[in-house]
Each structure stands twice: as C-alpha cells, then as structure tokens.
Design a protein around this ligand. Structure first.
Ligand code: ATP
Length: 287
C-alpha cells in the first residue's frame, strides 16, 4: 500500500536560485525500509524535509508537483496532525533531547503530554518503550548527563512512544561509535518488523546494504537510481558519481574490471565470503 507518493516534485528553498529537489517521482510503500544515500548536498535532507511535510509547512520556498501522504496532498494536511503520523529522528542526539527535563522518564513523557495522551496510556507506552530499548537503568538519570549512544536510545524511545506510522531518520549514527551504531540499526530493524515505514538517510552504506528493502541514490537534487540494495550497488555507473558503495561491492566491481567476475556483485560480507570460497574451490562456496 502507498504511504507517500511524490509526482514530478521540484523545490527551491526561499531566497535561493537553484532547485534543491528536481523532478522527483517516487512512491514510498507502507512497511518498507528505505535507505537514502548519495554525495554531500545531493538533496537527502531536503527529501526528508519534503516527506515529513516541513516543506512546505515550515520551509515555504517554491514547491511544484504533488506530494501525497496517504492519498492527501501535503498542502492540505494539518501540520500538527502530520507530526503525529510521521516521526523524525535527528542526526545529533544532543539536539534531540529537550534539555528541560530532569529525568529520562520525564523526557520520554514530554512528547506524549504534548499529544494530550491520557495518563494510564502514557505510563503503559513508556514502560513498553523503555523495555524495548533496554534503557530501564537510565530512566531516573538526567538526560543531559548521558553519553551520545545513550541519548540516541532515549531519542528513539521518545519517538517510538509517539507511535508514528512513518519514521524519517537523518544520519542517526553520525556521532556514534561502532557498537552504538549497530544497536541503532537493530532498533530500526525491530521497528520495521513492527510494520513501521522507515526512511533513513545514512552514509554507512554497508549497513544500508544489509538492512534496507530499497535504496534511493540522490545526487544534485535528483533520484539518480533506486531499487533493491543488490540492484543499486551492482550499478557501476554510480562509481562515476562518487556514490559510496559497500567495500564488498567495490571488490565485486574490481573483479569485473579484472575480467574475473564473481557470479554477481556481492553487497554483504557473507556473499563475498561465499563467492571467494567458491573461487577457492570449496563446493557451493562452503567449507
Ligand atoms: N534551509 C536551506 N536554505 C537554503 N538552501 C538549503 C537549505 N537546506 C539545504 N539547502 C541546499 O539544498 C541543497 C541540498 O541540501 P541537502 O541538505 O538536502 O543535501 P544532503 O544530501 O542532505 O547533504 P549532506 O549529505 O551534506 O547533509 C544544498 O545545495 C544545500 O546547500
């Protein structure tokens, strides 16, 4: 089922003379995990601003084409109602925390209070997300004293408690260490399992290859390629555009250049291992 449809969408921010988004045509289906990648200034964050209604409700500028959220034009959505449908997780966990609450518990409750959620339901939702994100030991702590990884978990908890159908997440791991980064991907994967639609901007393409259902490549304000991770990372034209690829996909492209191709362009470590084992004469890539 369609969640967000973009038809011939172009957009210029106010006081600029270039299009940050150019002739975008794409449909985000409900319940899928979308990874958005591409070089700097390609338009990834602008696409996020568009799909969560910040364009045109906050950024006025010059928008043309159709942006349909659950079939209704974004211009006709009430922006408060839209924020209950589409949650947003920032790049920087330090700006996601309100800074005005003394405990993690109060921090998670803040968004729910703003939604006017009744007290018993609020408590139930908080207990559920605290367990889900394994942050029971943090609830009495001051959010301002947490590490980056802990803050990002609390940020996720606050958003998950709101129970949005769609989550737009912009580079959530850019300030995290590798362990917290894999935790974040596991949380996002779990949200997908719960039926949420995930739209994630991320430079860590190895993880995008592993987890996404669909990958969109943005460059110069346009979607220059889209498809399954396998389809996108097999496209050698993307190498010319300075699009980051998983290391094992680069290995696959190198093997093609050397005229010693693998059976396919490998995009995950396990696929590369299987192909290398096969090359070494191990039956079916095993043992
Ligand atoms: N608020 C704004 N006002 C004016 N121009 C903007 C604004 N935000 C982004 N832009 C411009 O729009 C273009 C696309 O930027 P955007 O942030 O969407 O790209 P990005 O792919 O997310 O980049 P990065 O990977 O560097 O975060 C850039 O040229 C940028 O300078």
């Amino acid at each position: 089922m369609n969640g967000i449809e973009l038809k011939n969408v172009s957009y210029k921010y106010p006081l600029t003379d270039f299009f940050a988004l150019k002739d975008i045509n794409y449909t985000f289906e409900k319940g899928k995990f979308y990874g958005i990648i591409g070089p700097n200034s390609g338009g990834k964050t602008s696409l996020c601003n568009l799909v969560r209604g910040l364009i045109p409700h906050f950024y006025q500028g010059d928008l043309s084409g159709d942006v349909l959220i659950e079939g209704k034009d974004v211009r006709n959505w009430d922006s408060n109602l839209l924020s209950t449908k589409i949650g947003y997780i920032f790049q920087n966990p330090f700006t996601q925390i309100s800074g005005v609450k003394d405990t993690v518990l109060e921090e998670i409750a803040l968004g729910l209070e703003n939604l006017g959620i009744e007290k018993n339901e609020m408590i139930e939702r908080i207990i559920e997300v605290v367990k889900l994100l394994k942050i029971e030991d943090l609830i009495k702590k001051n959010p301002n004293n947490l590490s980056g990884g802990q803050r990002q978990r609390v940020a996720f908890a606050s958003i998950i408690a709101m129970n949005n159908d769609i989550l737009v997440i912009d580079e959530p791991t850019s300030q995290l260490d590798p362990e917290s980064t894999s935790d974040v991907f596991e949380i996002i994967d779990m949200l997908k399992e719960q039926g949420k639609t995930i739209i994630l901007v991320e430079h860590k393409v190895d993880l995008i290859a592993e987890y996404s259902d669909e990958v969109l490549v943005m460059n110069n304000g346009q979607i220059v390629d889209s498809g399954t991770p396998m389809e996108v990372f097999s496209n050698k034209a993307l190498l010319e555009l300075d699009v980051a690829m998983p290391q094992v996909a680069l290995l696959g492209h190198d093997m093609n250049r050397l005229d010693k191709p693998f059976d396919y362009i490998t995009i995950t470590k396990s696929q590369a291992k299987e192909q290398i084992m096969k090359r070494m004469g191990c039956v079916n890539g095993r043992n």
